[in-house]
Ligand binder design. Sequence first.
Ligand code: NDP
Length: 269
Amino acid sequence: MEHQSHTTGATVADHSQPANVFSLEGKLALITGGGTGIGLEIARCMTEAGATVVITGRREEVLRDAVENLGESAQYIVNDITDLSSIDGLVAQIEAAHGPLDILVNNAGINLKKPALEVTDEEFSRILHTNLHSVFALTRACAARMVARKKGVILMISSMAAYYGIDRVVAYAASKSAVEGMVKVLASEFSGHGVRVNAIAPGFIETEMSRKAMNSDPDRRDRAMRRTPMGAFGQPADIGHAAVFLASPAARYITGVSLPVDGGNSIGF
Ligand code: NDP
């Protein structure tokens, strides 16, 4: 890896970079909701890039199958992220077993599709608790350790629902918009301490969650595709590859951004 020196114009070797700047060799990643959909493909892409991954979720059988499928660089821990009292213990358990965490991917999330006027306070709180409060609590627990070590990467999974008005997902959109705000604040606070914070905003990606939202609603599906210039749904691995990039040394000067991975959906007319 070579860099041009600002002061002398000379070309200098930068020994702090690995030979392959896209590699995650030797890195340890925690991926919430890593047993299915987007989280599973983030886990797969990260192990293929050389990382060890710990995936979490509430259903043990799903996690066990995922780890069998991912191979020996993957482990699982059954954890409900909404149990905020479990979070410090979860992070301590992972670091005691595997060493310092380099990467946190806040992927676990839930959706609720309902007209805003029918959403109860309980439903609104449930979505916010999973998609926002838990994300903050886990991020705080991991970031405290990363900031102390002056090293780490935090990724959030946002949504098109935070970019423009999608009807019938008011709580989900509120949670993801808040995550977008959190990325900017946390990047401002942590980046000077060697910890980068970014989001990926997936467009319409084929998973269990999107199937539920789309299959019963062909009109919604058509509208989503009409404003997607690439004219197709994305695959979970498309998010996985972007996550590898943002977590890798190749993205070492990228912090505080939300990267749409959406076939152009966010800029489509
Ligand atoms: P899935 O429903 O397949 O995955 C969600 C994962 O989160 C599951 O593995 C689930 O496991 C886990 N999870 C849910 N609640 C909890 C909890 N309380 N504690 C721990 N884990 C939990 O959906 P996707 O893969 O589509 O979604 C992944 C992320 O991507 C979400 O944040 C979603 O909002 C986001 N996203 C998805 C888009 C899409 O088009 N698919 C578009 C934009 C954003 P378990 O149930 O076993 O706990």
